[in-house]
Ligand binder design. Structure first.
Ligand code: 9Z3
Length: 321
Protein backbone atom coordinates (compact mmCIF):
# COMPACT_ATOMS: atom_id res chain seq x y z
CA UNK A 1 0.00 0.00 0.00
CA UNK A 2 1.33 3.48 -0.87
CA UNK A 3 2.44 5.63 2.04
CA UNK A 4 0.04 8.49 2.83
CA UNK A 5 1.36 11.88 1.74
CA UNK A 6 1.81 14.89 3.95
CA UNK A 7 -1.63 16.28 3.09
CA UNK A 8 -3.35 13.21 4.56
CA UNK A 9 -1.11 13.14 7.59
CA UNK A 10 -1.54 16.88 8.17
CA UNK A 11 -5.33 16.38 8.11
CA UNK A 12 -5.11 13.44 10.51
CA UNK A 13 -2.82 15.32 12.87
CA UNK A 14 -5.18 18.28 13.05
CA UNK A 15 -8.32 16.16 13.46
CA UNK A 16 -7.28 13.35 15.74
CA UNK A 17 -4.43 14.67 17.86
CA UNK A 18 -4.95 17.67 20.14
CA UNK A 19 -2.68 20.54 19.09
CA UNK A 20 -0.49 21.74 22.00
CA UNK A 21 -1.23 25.40 22.74
CA UNK A 22 2.46 26.38 22.65
CA UNK A 23 3.38 24.72 19.34
CA UNK A 24 3.78 27.97 17.34
CA UNK A 25 5.92 29.55 20.04
CA UNK A 26 8.16 26.48 20.20
CA UNK A 27 8.43 26.39 16.41
CA UNK A 28 9.70 29.97 16.41
CA UNK A 29 12.26 29.15 19.11
CA UNK A 30 13.50 26.17 17.11
CA UNK A 31 13.65 28.17 13.86
CA UNK A 32 15.62 30.96 15.56
CA UNK A 33 17.99 28.39 17.12
CA UNK A 34 18.57 26.63 13.78
CA UNK A 35 18.99 29.96 11.95
CA UNK A 36 21.53 31.25 14.50
CA UNK A 37 23.69 28.13 14.44
CA UNK A 38 23.23 27.46 10.72
CA UNK A 39 24.49 30.98 9.96
CA UNK A 40 27.71 30.14 11.82
CA UNK A 41 28.15 27.03 9.67
CA UNK A 42 27.28 24.75 12.56
CA UNK A 43 25.31 21.55 12.04
CA UNK A 44 22.11 21.16 14.05
CA UNK A 45 20.67 17.85 15.23
CA UNK A 46 17.12 17.29 16.42
CA UNK A 47 17.15 14.41 18.88
CA UNK A 48 13.90 12.79 19.96
CA UNK A 49 14.09 10.88 23.21
CA UNK A 50 11.97 8.90 25.64
CA UNK A 51 8.66 7.06 25.37
CA UNK A 52 5.19 8.42 24.73
CA UNK A 53 2.10 8.30 26.87
CA UNK A 54 -1.15 7.27 25.10
CA UNK A 55 -4.27 8.20 27.07
CA UNK A 56 -7.26 5.84 27.34
CA UNK A 57 -9.68 8.51 28.63
CA UNK A 58 -9.81 12.21 27.78
CA UNK A 59 -9.84 13.12 31.49
CA UNK A 60 -6.90 10.81 31.74
CA UNK A 61 -6.65 8.41 34.64
CA UNK A 62 -5.05 5.58 32.67
CA UNK A 63 -2.62 5.51 29.80
CA UNK A 64 -0.34 3.15 27.85
CA UNK A 65 3.35 3.74 28.18
CA UNK A 66 6.56 1.97 27.21
CA UNK A 67 9.99 1.05 28.52
CA UNK A 68 12.15 3.86 27.13
CA UNK A 69 14.24 5.66 29.74
CA UNK A 70 15.59 8.31 27.37
CA UNK A 71 19.16 7.31 28.12
CA UNK A 72 20.07 6.79 24.45
CA UNK A 73 18.82 10.27 23.54
CA UNK A 74 20.38 12.02 26.54
CA UNK A 75 23.84 10.50 26.17
CA UNK A 76 23.75 10.98 22.38
CA UNK A 77 23.06 14.69 22.95
CA UNK A 78 26.33 14.96 24.92
CA UNK A 79 28.37 13.26 22.16
CA UNK A 80 26.77 15.41 19.46
CA UNK A 81 27.65 18.52 21.50
CA UNK A 82 31.23 17.25 21.87
CA UNK A 83 31.30 16.75 18.09
CA UNK A 84 30.42 20.38 17.40
CA UNK A 85 26.67 20.09 16.78
CA UNK A 86 24.00 22.33 18.25
CA UNK A 87 21.25 20.14 19.71
CA UNK A 88 17.48 20.45 19.92
CA UNK A 89 16.51 17.89 22.52
CA UNK A 90 12.84 16.94 22.05
CA UNK A 91 12.29 14.70 25.04
CA UNK A 92 9.62 13.14 27.18
CA UNK A 93 8.98 15.12 30.36
CA UNK A 94 11.06 13.61 33.19
CA UNK A 95 12.96 11.20 30.96
CA UNK A 96 16.76 11.22 31.22
CA UNK A 97 18.43 14.53 30.40
CA UNK A 98 21.96 15.29 29.14
CA UNK A 99 24.53 15.52 31.98
CA UNK A 100 22.02 15.09 34.83
CA UNK A 101 21.40 11.53 33.53
CA UNK A 102 24.74 10.62 35.12
CA UNK A 103 23.26 11.28 38.56
CA UNK A 104 19.71 10.07 38.00
CA UNK A 105 20.00 7.21 40.51
CA UNK A 106 21.39 9.38 43.25
CA UNK A 107 19.27 10.82 46.03
CA UNK A 108 20.06 14.55 46.08
CA UNK A 109 19.78 14.74 49.85
CA UNK A 110 22.47 12.06 50.21
CA UNK A 111 24.93 14.32 48.39
CA UNK A 112 24.48 17.32 50.70
CA UNK A 113 25.51 18.06 54.24
CA UNK A 114 24.76 20.80 56.69
CA UNK A 115 28.01 22.50 57.66
CA UNK A 116 28.63 22.13 61.33
CA UNK A 117 29.18 25.24 63.41
CA UNK A 118 27.12 28.37 63.66
CA UNK A 119 23.65 28.00 62.27
CA UNK A 120 23.87 24.22 61.91
CA UNK A 121 21.21 23.71 64.50
CA UNK A 122 18.93 26.32 62.96
CA UNK A 123 17.24 25.94 59.58
CA UNK A 124 19.57 28.42 57.87
CA UNK A 125 22.90 26.56 58.17
CA UNK A 126 25.23 26.44 55.16
CA UNK A 127 24.79 23.46 52.85
CA UNK A 128 27.87 21.81 51.34
CA UNK A 129 28.15 19.23 48.58
CA UNK A 130 29.84 15.90 49.20
CA UNK A 131 31.69 15.56 45.91
CA UNK A 132 32.46 11.89 46.51
CA UNK A 133 28.76 11.18 46.21
CA UNK A 134 28.70 12.75 42.72
CA UNK A 135 31.38 11.11 40.53
CA UNK A 136 33.17 13.53 38.14
CA UNK A 137 30.86 16.35 39.16
CA UNK A 138 33.36 19.19 38.61
CA UNK A 139 34.12 18.03 35.04
CA UNK A 140 30.47 17.38 34.19
CA UNK A 141 29.29 20.68 35.67
CA UNK A 142 31.96 22.59 33.72
CA UNK A 143 30.88 21.00 30.43
CA UNK A 144 27.18 21.54 31.20
CA UNK A 145 27.79 25.22 31.90
CA UNK A 146 29.89 25.68 28.75
CA UNK A 147 27.12 24.17 26.65
CA UNK A 148 24.49 26.29 28.37
CA UNK A 149 26.46 29.54 28.15
CA UNK A 150 27.15 28.95 24.44
CA UNK A 151 23.42 28.38 23.83
CA UNK A 152 24.12 25.03 22.16
CA UNK A 153 21.31 23.00 23.72
CA UNK A 154 17.61 23.75 23.23
CA UNK A 155 15.46 21.44 25.38
CA UNK A 156 11.81 20.95 24.38
CA UNK A 157 9.47 18.70 26.35
CA UNK A 158 6.57 16.48 25.31
CA UNK A 159 4.42 14.19 27.32
CA UNK A 160 1.63 12.69 25.25
CA UNK A 161 1.79 11.18 21.80
CA UNK A 162 -0.16 14.18 20.41
CA UNK A 163 2.39 16.63 21.73
CA UNK A 164 5.23 14.58 20.30
CA UNK A 165 3.67 14.41 16.82
CA UNK A 166 2.87 18.12 16.56
CA UNK A 167 6.24 19.19 17.96
CA UNK A 168 8.14 16.88 15.61
CA UNK A 169 6.33 18.38 12.63
CA UNK A 170 7.09 21.89 13.89
CA UNK A 171 10.75 20.94 14.37
CA UNK A 172 11.01 19.51 10.87
CA UNK A 173 9.62 22.69 9.38
CA UNK A 174 11.82 24.88 11.58
CA UNK A 175 14.96 22.98 10.55
CA UNK A 176 14.14 22.94 6.83
CA UNK A 177 15.74 26.39 6.51
CA UNK A 178 19.25 25.00 7.10
CA UNK A 179 18.97 22.25 4.47
CA UNK A 180 21.52 19.44 4.64
CA UNK A 181 23.16 20.84 7.81
CA UNK A 182 20.15 19.50 9.74
CA UNK A 183 20.14 15.99 11.14
CA UNK A 184 17.14 14.17 12.60
CA UNK A 185 18.03 11.49 15.14
CA UNK A 186 14.74 9.85 16.00
CA UNK A 187 15.55 7.78 19.09
CA UNK A 188 12.23 8.24 20.91
CA UNK A 189 10.15 5.09 21.38
CA UNK A 190 6.90 6.34 19.91
CA UNK A 191 3.70 4.38 20.30
CA UNK A 192 2.44 2.72 17.11
CA UNK A 193 -1.13 2.68 18.45
CA UNK A 194 -3.57 5.25 19.80
CA UNK A 195 -7.24 5.93 20.47
CA UNK A 196 -8.60 8.85 18.41
CA UNK A 197 -10.11 11.71 20.43
CA UNK A 198 -13.52 11.04 18.81
CA UNK A 199 -13.53 7.46 20.15
CA UNK A 200 -12.11 8.12 23.58
CA UNK A 201 -14.41 8.01 26.62
CA UNK A 202 -14.43 11.30 28.51
CA UNK A 203 -14.52 9.86 32.01
CA UNK A 204 -12.63 7.18 33.85
CA UNK A 205 -13.41 3.73 32.42
CA UNK A 206 -15.46 1.83 35.01
CA UNK A 207 -14.24 -1.58 36.13
CA UNK A 208 -17.82 -2.36 37.17
CA UNK A 209 -18.52 -2.72 33.41
CA UNK A 210 -16.35 -5.86 33.39
CA UNK A 211 -13.20 -6.76 31.44
CA UNK A 212 -11.88 -4.06 29.15
CA UNK A 213 -11.53 -4.40 25.41
CA UNK A 214 -9.97 -1.54 23.55
CA UNK A 215 -9.43 -1.04 19.87
CA UNK A 216 -6.58 1.20 18.82
CA UNK A 217 -5.69 2.83 15.51
CA UNK A 218 -2.32 3.02 13.82
CA UNK A 219 -0.33 6.17 14.51
CA UNK A 220 0.55 7.90 11.21
CA UNK A 221 4.18 7.34 10.21
CA UNK A 222 5.74 10.78 10.49
CA UNK A 223 8.91 9.69 8.75
CA UNK A 224 7.16 9.71 5.42
CA UNK A 225 6.15 13.41 5.28
CA UNK A 226 9.27 14.43 7.19
CA UNK A 227 11.54 13.00 4.48
CA UNK A 228 9.39 13.91 1.48
CA UNK A 229 7.87 17.22 2.40
CA UNK A 230 8.82 18.87 5.67
CA UNK A 231 12.63 18.68 5.62
CA UNK A 232 13.55 17.04 2.29
CA UNK A 233 17.20 18.12 2.36
CA UNK A 234 17.96 16.93 5.88
CA UNK A 235 20.00 13.90 6.98
CA UNK A 236 17.51 11.60 8.66
CA UNK A 237 18.23 8.69 11.03
CA UNK A 238 15.46 6.51 12.42
CA UNK A 239 15.78 3.78 15.03
CA UNK A 240 14.41 0.27 14.77
CA UNK A 241 13.79 -1.66 17.94
CA UNK A 242 12.96 -5.37 18.03
CA UNK A 243 13.07 -8.15 20.59
CA UNK A 244 13.64 -10.91 17.98
CA UNK A 245 17.15 -10.59 16.50
CA UNK A 246 16.24 -12.73 13.48
CA UNK A 247 13.97 -10.05 11.99
CA UNK A 248 15.92 -6.91 12.98
CA UNK A 249 18.04 -6.24 9.91
CA UNK A 250 15.28 -7.13 7.50
CA UNK A 251 12.97 -4.66 9.23
CA UNK A 252 15.68 -1.96 9.17
CA UNK A 253 16.22 -2.46 5.43
CA UNK A 254 12.49 -2.38 4.80
CA UNK A 255 12.23 0.95 6.66
CA UNK A 256 14.98 2.41 4.45
CA UNK A 257 13.23 1.15 1.30
CA UNK A 258 9.91 2.57 2.41
CA UNK A 259 10.96 6.00 3.67
CA UNK A 260 14.10 6.56 1.59
CA UNK A 261 15.96 8.27 4.41
CA UNK A 262 19.67 8.01 5.12
CA UNK A 263 20.16 5.47 7.94
CA UNK A 264 18.50 3.21 10.47
CA UNK A 265 20.10 2.40 13.82
CA UNK A 266 18.89 -1.13 14.57
CA UNK A 267 18.86 -2.45 18.11
CA UNK A 268 17.50 -5.24 20.30
CA UNK A 269 15.81 -4.39 23.57
CA UNK A 270 18.06 -6.45 25.87
CA UNK A 271 21.40 -5.67 24.21
CA UNK A 272 20.79 -2.04 23.22
CA UNK A 273 23.46 -0.63 25.53
CA UNK A 274 26.25 -2.68 23.96
CA UNK A 275 25.35 -3.48 20.36
CA UNK A 276 23.70 -1.67 17.44
CA UNK A 277 23.87 -1.90 13.67
CA UNK A 278 23.91 1.27 11.60
CA UNK A 279 22.23 0.37 8.32
CA UNK A 280 22.35 2.61 5.24
CA UNK A 281 21.24 1.77 1.68
CA UNK A 282 24.84 0.80 0.82
CA UNK A 283 26.45 -0.18 4.12
CA UNK A 284 25.96 -2.01 7.37
CA UNK A 285 28.17 -1.22 10.38
CA UNK A 286 28.06 -3.30 13.55
CA UNK A 287 29.01 -1.21 16.58
CA UNK A 288 29.94 -3.19 19.66
CA UNK A 289 31.19 -2.31 23.12
CA UNK A 290 34.16 -4.51 24.01
CA UNK A 291 35.11 -5.48 27.57
CA UNK A 292 37.91 -2.92 27.28
CA UNK A 293 35.38 -0.23 26.32
CA UNK A 294 33.22 -1.11 29.30
CA UNK A 295 36.25 -0.92 31.60
CA UNK A 296 37.08 2.52 30.20
CA UNK A 297 33.45 3.65 30.56
CA UNK A 298 33.06 4.11 26.80
CA UNK A 299 29.40 4.24 25.81
CA UNK A 300 27.88 2.86 22.62
CA UNK A 301 26.47 6.31 21.77
CA UNK A 302 30.01 7.65 21.34
CA UNK A 303 30.50 5.10 18.54
CA UNK A 304 27.09 5.77 17.01
CA UNK A 305 27.66 9.53 16.88
CA UNK A 306 31.17 9.16 15.46
CA UNK A 307 29.78 6.94 12.68
CA UNK A 308 26.85 9.28 11.91
CA UNK A 309 28.91 12.47 12.06
CA UNK A 310 31.17 11.11 9.31
CA UNK A 311 28.21 9.96 7.21
CA UNK A 312 26.52 13.36 7.65
CA UNK A 313 29.72 15.09 6.50
CA UNK A 314 29.76 13.02 3.31
CA UNK A 315 26.06 13.71 2.78
CA UNK A 316 26.60 17.48 3.06
CA UNK A 317 29.48 17.35 0.57
CA UNK A 318 27.38 15.34 -1.91
CA UNK A 319 24.56 17.87 -1.70
CA UNK A 320 26.99 20.69 -2.51
CA UNK A 321 28.41 18.90 -5.61
C1 9Z3 B 1 15.22 3.05 19.92
O1 9Z3 B 1 15.32 2.02 19.32
C2 9Z3 B 1 16.15 3.45 21.05
O2 9Z3 B 1 17.43 2.98 20.81
C3 9Z3 B 1 15.65 2.93 22.44
C4 9Z3 B 1 16.61 3.44 23.52
C5 9Z3 B 1 14.24 3.47 22.71
C6 9Z3 B 1 15.64 1.41 22.44
P1 9Z3 B 1 16.38 4.03 26.07
O3 9Z3 B 1 15.50 5.22 25.84
O4 9Z3 B 1 16.22 3.04 24.81
O5 9Z3 B 1 17.85 4.40 26.14
O6 9Z3 B 1 15.92 3.24 27.28
N1 9Z3 B 1 14.24 3.95 19.60
C7 9Z3 B 1 13.23 3.74 18.58
C8 9Z3 B 1 12.25 2.71 18.99
C9 9Z3 B 1 11.04 2.64 18.12
O7 9Z3 B 1 9.99 2.63 18.68
N2 9Z3 B 1 11.13 2.60 16.81
C10 9Z3 B 1 9.96 2.35 16.00
C11 9Z3 B 1 10.11 0.98 15.40
O8 9Z3 B 1 11.07 0.27 15.71
C12 9Z3 B 1 9.69 3.40 14.98
S1 9Z3 B 1 11.02 4.29 14.32
O9 9Z3 B 1 9.22 0.56 14.62
Amino acid sequence: MAEPRAATIDGKLAEEFAVPSHVDEVKEQMAAFAGRHGAKGRRVVLITSGGTKVPLESRTVRFLDNFSSGRRGASSAEYFLDSGYAVIFLHRHRSLYPYTRLYSNINLLDTLQLKSGEGASSNSGQVVVNQQALPNIAKVLKRYQEVKDAGLLLPIEFNTLSEYLHLLKAAAQALSTIGSKAMFYLAAAVSDFYIPASEMPEHKIQSSNGPLQISMKMVPKMLSPLVKDWAPQAFVISFKLETDPSILLDKARRALDTYRHQAVVANILDTRRGYVVVVTPETQAELILTDEDVKNEVEIEEKIISNLKAAHGQFITQQLD
